[in-house]
Unconditional design. Sequence first.
Length: 406
Amino acid sequence: MRRAISKVQVVGLCAVLALLVASGGLSAAIATSPSSTSAPTACQSAIRTTYDSMDQATAVANAKASSLYSQGVASYYQPTFSSIFQIAKTVSTSTCEQQVESFNVVFVLHNSTGSIVANLVLSESQDLSILGSSIQPDHVTNGNIPKVNYAGYTVTPSTRHTIYTYATYIEYNQSKASHPSTACESMRPCEVSTWTGLTDSGNGIGNIVQDGTTAECGPSTTCTASYFAWYETVISSGGGAYVICNTGNNDTIVSSGDTIETNVINNILYSGSSSTYSINIDDVTSNTSCYAGDISFSTMTGPTWAEWITELPQDSGSDVSLAQFGTVLFTGLDFQNDSTGYNVAPYTAVQDGYYNTFELESGTGTTGYPPTCTGVVQNIVTSSMTSSSHFTNLYKQSTNTRAPCA
């Protein structure tokens, strides 16, 4: 959810070259028409079809005409349309029949200085009648935060970067979150997120479109964990949009132990604009999903890397620690590119050296905020990728994750 500079395991000369390209050392060629060797599952395609049947212009107009819109924006400035997300339930896994719970029109709200402070979400029925509204406080996106806060893989199909990576897919188990034995000082909150995303840099400092789930334990002596789905755009220099798939009435239902399938797709794959994206978070255990199409993000029209990550979500200046979570098993890894010749499996790309791994490490240190580094501890261990393009992120400890030392 929040990007940070972490320890990067760069493997081989090819990976070094990849970093040079991602940082602008080499120029990328104009993308050609993408191929279609990878694809969403049948039910994921059905979710998109249901969404596409919705009249977006009417949905936005109905939201703006509602008294709930007038009330919601009254205390804010510059309400700006952001996206529409669909909450749906799969009523038949054999036919992938979808029942729309709500279409949710999101408006970004600003303060008097122009900073994003909240989202106004207007929920509508399948016939686009207003159901209700909710305010989501913004999770401040300050770009890439210079803290160690995530672990996993970022992979590109070629160090040449003359092609783009237009889709990423993943399946994982929703791990159970709990308070660790250390590091939640004074009963502060603990969190852990799992996600996939597309980015234009393989070293953790690029623009990104991402989606996934978060587990969190509140500040209490016991942890009754809560779980939710979300999607986000992040601008490397600061800014973006963060949306929770939660309306207060119709939510993507996520619980520990559930199987989650997520994808992020640049809409050029659907003969759309390369400056818009689609996301899908599908909880195949609860048969509920969150889908958003046509998310505008002109900042990144040519993503080149796919990422699969476990993360301690942090805003700049936030005060959370890494939740204890056990093991996250990543399966079903795949990405889709703009050339049939480079639609390789993630494992193949890793074997060719076109990847970086990230392991969450933090420095031990003296008390204080932030503490002074005196050593390094490992918080999350990332395994090698198997020939089936599977890997795990293993929880080790939460020591010093509240405030990585300076």
